[in-house]
Design a protein around this ligand. Structure first.
Ligand code: HEC
Length: 140
């Protein structure tokens, strides 16, 4: 997918292959990938080019004027899903729905159509994933 390729290329520099370990239990990743995230940084990632979440999701809390509607709006998601459940959805939504169009932000296996220099690098690093989870938790 073109979208995924672009996102991977834009953010590969932030990747830290040393922290690519996580354990999925049920529909969640219970153990944080890094130190507790920062919700304000998370909002910037979600609304900016690192995350590009608003291409598909409406999140009015970001204050953005233009938002996508091909994915469910994320208002209230912090009340419906736990931090552990949110973490898996950001890390690798394809674990829950193999046909999803949502990029796997912290998965490295199976991303074959990226330039060699960027192979094996996730879109977001571990700290950025935790920032995004922290922001999503504020959407109650
Ligand atoms: C290319 C489109 C696209 C992008 C970009 C995208 N998503 Fe998604 N996302 C989806 C779709 C579609 C779903 C619905 C579930 C599915 O397809 O499996 C979804 C589902 C979710 C869910 C679960 C929603 C629920 O109601 O259970 C969360 C949380 C989520 N996305 C967060 C994010 C975050 C955070 C970002 C940015 C870091 C992001 N998404 C970027 C398409 C996208």
């Amino acid at each position: 997918m073109l979208l995924m390729g672009l996102a991977v290329a834009a953010n590969a520099a932030a990747a830290d292959p040393a922290v690519l370990q996580y354990k999925v239990s049920g529909d969640a990743i219970a153990t944080p990938l890094a130190a507790p995230g920062d919700a304000l940084r998370g909002r910037d990632i979600v609304a900016g080019r690192d995350g590009n979440c608003l291409l598909c999701h409406a999140i009015p809390e970001t204050g953005a004027r233009f938002m996508g509607d091909i994915a469910p709006p994320l208002s209230g998601i912090g009340a419906r899903l736990s931090a552990a459940q949110l973490r898996l959805r950001v890390v690798d939504q394809s674990r829950l729905n193999p046909d999803t169009v949502m990029p796997s932000y912290f998965k490295v296996d199976g991303l074959h159509r990226v330039a060699p220099a960027f192979r094996g690098k996730p879109i977001l690093n571990a700290a950025q994933v935790e920032d995004v989870v922290a922001f999503l938790q504020t959407l109650k």
